[in-house]
Design a protein around this ligand. Structure first.
Ligand SMILES: [Zn+2]
Length: 243
């Protein structure tokens, strides 16, 4: 049976991902910026949260850790390099380590750039990827703790995953990212189509995620940047973009 994945909107524009494995009855919550929405979403479905996975230390991704653990006894796994900043980790992981939900194995990928210790979590057997604030649909995270070369390396690592990998990102930023993508690459028809589809979904009140690695290869101006310098120039332009 495939994993069931639920988008739980939280804070202003975060998505907390609730991941349920019917085979083992395990439920993982990814990047809980707050506790109440994922606890309620799990309870509605008769699921008990058994684990929390964090991609990076920012409070809008870890703020619900302690309360969810207090309510459920869940085990918290996150990046070793940010264990001190997070403060609530039970298990610290780095590149090459693994996480498990039931019998399903996930690989830890180091993608530091948005924060220095940021990780992504790839479940190759399920073709699922959690990217936190590193890769967004048609976007990437701001460079708070890294330089363009770090994000360029992270984009290359994620772009190398199988094209049909479904990508679950930490925020609903797709429309704003798409408006910049069609300016960064005016001739990119795939980006124009993806922006139109994202606008249609948001007008209907629906999430634009997950995206896929193949869609990002075709539309994402940061994944498509030819060099760290080009990525850096686009990142600076996006920081100031109000279109
Ligand atoms: Zn962040």
């Amino acid at each position: 049976m495939p994993l069931e994945i639920v988008a739980v909107p939280a804070l202003s524009d975060n998505y907390i991902w609730l991941v349920h494995d019917p085979a083992s009855a395990e439920t993982v919550v990814v990047d809980p910026g707050e506790a109440a929405p994922p606890l309620a979403a799990a309870a509605d479905r008769g699921w008990t949260i058994t684990q929390i996975w964090n991609t990076h230390w920012h409070p809008d991704h870890v703020g619900g850790n302690a309360a969810i653990r207090a309510a459920t006894g869940a085990t918290i796994t996150g990046p070793a390099a940010e264990a001190d900043k997070i403060g609530t980790l039970d298990v610290a992981v780095a590149q090459g380590d693994h996480v498990r939900i039931g019998a399903i194995v996930g690989d830890i990928l180091a993608v530091g750039a948005h924060t220095a210790g940021h990780i992504a979590i790839h479940l190759p057997g399920e073709q699922i990827l959690f990217t936190g604030d590193t890769l967004f649909a048609m976007g990437c995270g701001r460079l708070f703790e890294g330089v363009p070369a770090d994000m360029f390396a992270a984009m290359a690592k994620l772009a190398a995953l199988p094209g049909d990998t479904r990508v679950y990102c930490g925020h609903e930023y797709t429309v704003a990212n798409g408006r910049y993508a069609v300016v960064a690459e005016p001739g990119n028809a795939a980006a124009q189509a993806a922006l139109a589809e994202a606008e249609r979904l948001r007008a209907a009140g629906r999430p634009t995620l997950p995206t896929t690695i193949s869609a990002e290869r075709a539309t994402n101006p940061f994944m498509r940047a030819a060099s760290p310098d080009e990525l850096g120039a686009r990142r600076r332009a996006k920081d100031d973009f109000t279109g």
